[in-house]
Write a protein that binds this ligand. Structure first.
Ligand SMILES: C[S@@+](CC[C@H](N)C(=O)[O-])C[C@H]1O[C@@H](n2cnc3c(N)ncnc32)[C@H](O)[C@@H]1O
Length: 260
């Protein structure tokens, strides 16, 4: 998954497999430079084992960058003191790493995904993690319709994870478009949270670049210079309102003598 990189060609040549794609989220293919096993296990936090494989859509079956969220979630769940198990709703739940970690930390979990294949992969991970008896409800459903039904049923959750793709389809071909559907989805989630000790974690992968990426690139390029880096987003503030319209990402480096 090559992007702006200062790694030399030797580093890329040493990779077992590389995925080359275009700017579309998922189009592209894997090129194997050295044999890659059909699948391999990855254990997370010594608690849950996920089977990884090269999938046609660049994914490996695991998004390890989510790990800090998972750690935060499991430590929060372990602090739960109520008489009942805490409840976790995992939306767009994919191969289930977060669902399994939540169950392992004592939660009752509802795992929602529109893909039969993803749900059977998640169940395979449940078996590999020896969590067959964990209280997880596997829902093959459209996430948007599911949360609307849960709101009508007045269900409540202690932690809600929302990790949607940019575009997706429900099992009955319902469309999911992040830029259209996320606000409504989050409004429903806001109705489903149990109270002031609840949490919602949302991630959006809709951007290929990020301010962190730009920041790191500048730090690498300017590694031999002393100074300070500030990175973030530029936005235009709404007149008379509280909103800001994000327009672009930036990194500003200023040399030591200029830095105040
Ligand atoms: C990028 S993955 C999410 C990664 C996952 N949360 C994790 O950390 O491992 C996106 C998932 O959303 C699912 N999906 C796409 N459209 C959906 C929809 N309308 N309703 C429910 N799930 C959907 C896909 O099947 C896929 O498993």
């Amino acid at each position: 998954m090559r992007s702006w990189s200062l790694a030399g060609d030797a580093v890329w040549a040493g990779a077992h497999a590389t995925f080359s794609g275009n700017d579309d989220e998922e189009a592209g293919r894997w090129r194997q430079q050295q044999p890659v096993p059909e699948s391999w296990p990855v254990t997370i936090d010594g608690a849950v084992t996920v089977t990884c494989r090269l999938s046609a859509f660049r994914h490996l079956g695991l998004f390890p960058e989510q790990f800090p969220h998972w750690q935060w979630m499991t430590s929060t769940l372990k602090q739960h003191t109520g008489p009942e198990r805490p409840r976790v709703l995992n939306l767009f739940a994919y191969t289930g790493a977060a669902s399994l970690l939540a169950a392992q930390a004592g939660a009752e979990v509802v795992h929602v995904d529109a893909s039969k294949k993803a749900i059977s992969w998640a169940k395979e991970n449940q078996a590999t993690s020896k969590l067959n008896d964990a209280p997880i409800r596997w829902m093959l459903d459209d996430a948007r319709k599911f949360v609307q039904r849960e709101v009508r049923r007045e269900r409540r959750y202690d932690i809600i994870l929302v990790d949607p793709p940019k575009f997706g389809r429900g099992p009955n071909n319902e469309t999911w478009d992040l830029f259209i559907d996320l606000p409504g989805m989050l409004r429903s989630c806001a109705e489903l949270v149990a109270g002031p000790r609840s949490a919602i974690i949302v991630t959006a992968y809709a951007i290929r670049a990020s301010s962190l990426m730009l920041d790191q690139l500048c730090r690498e390029v300017l590694a031999d210079k002393r100074g300070r880096f500030d990175s973030g987003e530029l936005a235009i503030r709404e007149q008379g309102g509280a909103r800001a319209v994000p327009t672009s990402l930036f990194t500003r480096w200023c040399g030591d003598d200029l830095a105040i």
